[in-house]
Ligand binder design. Structure first.
Ligand code: 3HC
Ligand code: NAI
Length: 688
């Protein structure tokens, strides 16, 4: 008995209980006593079978990620050593799985002869999300249990599956009814008594036979999945490892898997993705909120059923929280509800949503044009037009009908939440909840803490965000908060590049080569040029080319023309000679001589101002830490996860290089976006 591993006997069945809170990660201090206990029980003639179970909220959630890159990770007994040890045990071994058996947790469970799962359990190999592949036999054991194609899908996507699906796939052997450990002990006892030969998973090759005989279906599925890798090494390595499991002997495939794991874990992409894993969890820790009380949110009101309101309502009903949507007219409600219905129907036709689930979600939605119907809501989010006067009008009505303690939130993209709050008689209940479009899909939620926001209201917003599957980041009040403010810094310089000689396609290509899903001009076209135009006009700002496009009614994809042409509803951008002529005209008007613009300049003039603005945002306390900015950009704007977000990437690029670049462009252009932030200068000096 140690602090981390306890062994009890239930007749001739030994139960090994792992206890390493909070998620039973396989840290060295757990691996050591576990190996010792398994060795002893294997040799103990009085033990007929061994059950491996976990205390606390979950089965083993994987290797201890904090050990990666440290000597502890490889120190004996390593995770592969534990799996190999389980392979040698002749008496039946049974993993009792509750919560989530993930990564090394599932690898450990698959090294047992059998797995009994709790009905609510989930199993998966999410390593790909950390920029690695399963490194302890996951890619060679899962195909033997579930078949190569199912294994490929699970390993390349990293998505876990539920107990019933795992049972059907052959990954678990029984779903327990009632107490899990009791069920696992009964299962183990029955297996021991049966006298059957207990074949380790490594020796079960039956499910590989069909793919071994003909690899074409597997290769086609792998090629499809690899297409989505977008410059990330891990998904490609995962697919290769599963293929090795089919074509190579077990030990050879296992050796290659380990080799690939060690290469990836030492690489930049995995460092970046691990940074993001911890950054997301860090972002949920809001300064000043530790131990704060929260408010219950059981019913939500959404005002406005336009682009954002519909998606916001869907986000809540998807998590089982009822929503009442308010609009100005029945016609607007009809339009909004028709869009929601259509979105769910698309999911049903793609097979990602059951018809019955669509129906139950629609049932959780109600509609109204009468504010009194929002009186029982615990949280009311407005997503009406982006104009301060309209926001004041809406909040003015809300303060009259909302129940005491209801949280009043604005989805504003840019407006001053302090000013919105000041217009009500209950500013402590007001905050921003800035969703990203499409709101039912995008993970990011900027939660805007205004001057007078009450801690329990903020805590409730963070908690409900997590409940609906969003990644919340608490930010302070400023124009555009974190994401859009940094986008602004980038946007002005993207346009300047066009005036100085670049083309939209050239700039966008540098972005997609960097790993973004699209470049700034494609993104403008997708979001609608009119939105930023309206925002500029309200602030008395201009953008020569974008303004001229808007004046011609070229709002992007929605009008078929913007920086590019989109023929017949296509989403593929095609360069437009008319835009080239327009850019040339704007250059002439400004007396600018076009020059050759290289890739490095495009990177420096778009990403460096963003990093600089990010640093200023942290200095001003608008974001609590620079890793929060990385969470915003990777979850809300498609910053490539393999580069860890703009602030992490700046460290990779080298602070001295970034600061030198900013100074150079500041000297050349005199623009404030390049004036290096003090904190960056400090970091560059420290690194020198
Ligand atoms: N290693 C180290 N710490 C971990 C961890 C891990 N594998 N998994 C979670 N933690 C930590 C978190 O950082 C967090 O710490 P904090 O409280 O100090 O912020 C704490 O445990 C609780 O985590 P969550 O807030 O995420 O708790 P949830 O209950 O929301 O989620 C979970 C639990 C689903 C297990 C989630 O934590 C998770 O997905 N963990 C990672 C799972 C994973 O990626 N496993 C594979 C690891 S790689 C591997 O196994 C390699 C092998 O193939 C060789
Ligand atoms: P939208 O124009 O698609 O929808 C606004 C809806 O609000 C309309 O259906 C309108 O009928 C309704 N509305 C207007 N005034 C109202 C009132 N007084 N009472 C009730 N309903 C009213 O606008 P969209 O794009 O959904 O934007 C809404 C808010 O979300 C804005 O503040 C915007 O800045 C913000 N936002 C928009 C994003 C986007 O990508 N579209 C992203 C993030 C935030």
């Amino acid at each position: 008995m140690t602090n981390f591993v306890g062994v009890t006997r239930n007749g001739d069945v030994a139960v090994v209980l792992l206890d390493n809170p909070p998620v039973n990660a396989l840290s060295l201090h757990l691996r050591e006593p576990l190996a010792k206990a398994l060795g002893e029980l294997s040799d103990d003639a009085g033990v007929a079978a061994i059950v491996l179970a976990c205390a606390g909220r979950t089965f083993v959630s994987g290797a201890d990620i904090t050990e990666f890159g440290t000597p502890k990770q490889l120190q004996s007994p390593s995770l592969p050593d534990l799996c190999a040890l389980l392979d040698t045990i002749a008496k039946p071994t049974v993993a009792a799985v509750h919560g989530t058996a993930l990564g090394g947790g599932l690898e450990l469970a698959m090294s047992c002869h059998y797995r009994v799962a709790d009905a609510g359990a989930k199993v998966g190999l999410p390593e790909v999300k950390l920029g690695i592949l399963p490194g302890s036999g996951g890619t060679v054991r899962l195909p033997r249990l579930a078949g190569p194609e199912k294994a490929l899908k699970m390993i390349v996507s990293g998505a876990p599956i539920g107990a019933q699906e795992a049972l059907a796939a052959g990954i678990v052997d029984e779903v327990a009814q009632g107490d899990l450990v009791e069920a696992a002990v009964a299962f183990a006892r029955q297996k021991a008594a049966s006298g059957a030969n207990h074949v380790p998973v490594r020796n079960r090759d039956e499910k590989l036979a069909a793919a071994k005989a003909d690899l074409s279906a597997f290769d086609a599925a792998a090629a499809e999945l690899k297409k989505k890798a977008r410059g990330l090494d891990a998904p490609v390595a995962c697919a290769q490892a599963v293929r090795n499991a089919i074509v190579l002997p077990f030990d050879e495939a296992l050796r290659k898997e380990r080799e690939a794991f060690l290469t990836l874990v030492a690489g930049t992409q995995s460092r970046a993705q691990r940074h993001l894993f911890f950054a997301e969890r860090e972002a949920a820790k809001v300064p000043g909120l530790a131990g704060a009380k929260s408010r219950d949110i059981r019913k939500v009101g959404v005002i406005g059923a336009g682009t954002m309101g519909g998606g916001i309502a869907m986000s809540f009903v998807n998590a089982g929280i009822p929503v009442t949507v308010l609009e100005m007219t029945d016609a607007a409600l009809d339009r909004g509800f028709a869009t929601i219905e259509k979105n769910y129907s698309v999911s049903v036709s793609r097979g990602s949503l059951k018809e019955a689930d669509k129906a139950s979600r629609m049932q959780l939605l109600s509609r109204t044009t009468d504010y009194a119907d929002l009186a029982d809501c615990d949280l009311i989010i407005e997503a009406v037009f982006e104009e301060m006067s309209v926001k004041h009008e809406v909040f003015g009505k809300l303060e009259k009908i909302a129940k005491e303690g209801a949280i009043l939130a604005s989805n504003t993209s840019y407006l001053d939440v302090n000013e919105i709050a000041a217009g009500t008689n209950r500013p402590a209940d007001v905050l921003g909840m800035h969703f990203f479009s499409p709101a039912n899909v995008m993970k990011l939620l900027e939660i805007v803490r205004a001057e007078k926001t009450a801690p329990d209201a903020l805590a409730a917003a963070v908690a409900v965000a997590r409940k609906i599957g969003k990644v919340p980041v608490v930010v302070g009040v400023c124009h555009g908060f974190v994401g859009n403010r940094m986008l602004g810094a980038r946007g002005a310089e993207s346009e300047a590049l066009l005036l100085e000689g670049a083309t939209p396609a050239q700039v966008d290509k540098v972005f997609t080569d960097f790993g973004w899903p699209m470049g700034p001009f494609q993104m403008h076209d997708l979001a609608g040029l009119d939105i930023s135009w309206r925002n500029r006009k309200s602030r008395g700002e201009t953008a020569a080319i974008a303004d001229a496009l808007c004046e011609q009614g070229r709002f992007g994809q929605k009008t078929g023309r913007g920086f590019y042409i989109y023929e017949n509803g296509s989403r593929t951008p095609v360069s437009d000679p008319e835009v080239t002529t327009l850019i040339e005209q704007k250059r002439r008007e400004r007396g600018i001589q076009a020059r050759e613009i290289g890739e490095q300049e495009i990177i420096e003039r778009t990403l460096y101002p963003m990093i600089n603005e990010g640093a200023k945002i942290v200095e001003e306390g608008i974001a609590a830490r620079s890793s929060d900015i990385d969470v915003v950009w990777t979850n809300g704007y498609g910053f490539p996860i393999g580069k860890g977000g703009p602030m992490f990437w700046a460290e990779l690029e080298g602070m001295s290089k970034v600061v030198e670049g900013l100074r150079r462009w500041h000297e050349r252009t005199g623009k404030p976006v390049y004036a290096p932030a003090q904190s960056l200068v400090g970091k560059a000096q420290a690194a020198a």
